[in-house]
Design a protein around this ligand. Structure first.
Ligand SMILES: Cc1cc2nc3c(=O)[nH]c(=O)nc-3n(C[C@H](O)[C@H](O)[C@H](O)COP(=O)(O)O)c2cc1C
Length: 202
């Protein structure tokens, strides 16, 4: 069975540069054999501001829609996709020393799909390359019951380093760096998938 590791983009901002980085990482992931990576664009769904409650799979039973929460087909698909995933790669810009609120809404909309799965973190920002945002995401991932992969990719000044076609310079260096990071994410995804198939603590 192919490994499923969606790439989640962290922002809906008009003119977002991080999308170029995210598409590049997504391309490198899908270039692997035995890999099935979806691209999750937060523009595609209304994650709301938790106007309702956390949506989890039992609530998605069409016989019992949760009261007051508009569970669109798109949101339903998203939650199923996250459940089916073996791990996640988040690619996000740093906004004011942290990650965008959009990303927090996306992660908060459902609880169970993230548990015991690895998260690989890629961030971009100014000179710091979004490192503060990576650190704050590690705390959030713990809250979700996921585990963060130690390897990470900070990208400084993304406007000047990535365009719609990928890296604007040093493509070999970027490929090595991103592929090395993805090797780690895939290793954890395979290890945890095997472990989840066995007994897990209650
Ligand atoms: C509201 C806002 C806040 C930002 N705050 C930071 C920050 O704290 N640290 C940083 O390195 N870059 C910051 N930036 C720059 C973005 O991280 C940078 O433009 C990023 O690489 C690309 O973001 P984009 O996908 O929205 O274009 C900020 C940008 C915006 C729009």
């Amino acid at each position: 069975v192919a490994l499923s590791i969606p790439v989640i983009l962290g922002t809906v901002r008009e003119g977002r540069h991080s999308e170029h980085l995210a598409r590049y990482v997504h391309g490198r992931l899908n270039a692997r054999t035995g890999m099935e990576s979806a691209f999750v664009d937060p523009r595609d769904h209304d994650f709301g501001n938790l106007k309702g409650r956390v949506i989890d799979l039992p609530d998605l039973d069409p016989q019992a829609p949760p009261p007051g929460v508009p569970v669109t087909d798109g949101l339903r698909r998203f939650i199923h996709q996250m459940h089916a995933a073996d791990g996640f790669v988040i690619v996000t810009p740093e906004y004011n020393y942290s990650f965008p609120g959009t990303l927090k809404n996306l992660l908060d909309v459902t609880l169970k799909p993230w548990r015991r799965k690895p998260f690989g973190l890629v961030a971009c920002g100014g000179i710091s390359g979004g490192l503060r945002c990576i650190d704050s995401l590690r705390q959030v991932v713990s809250g979700l019951g996921g585990v963060t992969v130690p390897a990470h990719v900070p990208v400084a000044n993304v406007q000047r380093t990535f365009g719609p076609g990928g890296p604007l310079a040093d493509p070999e260096d970027w490929r090595r760096r991103v592929d090395g990071f993805l090797d780690e994410v895939v290793w954890y995804a395979e290890a945890l998938r095997a472990a989840r198939a066995g007994p897990v603590p209650a």
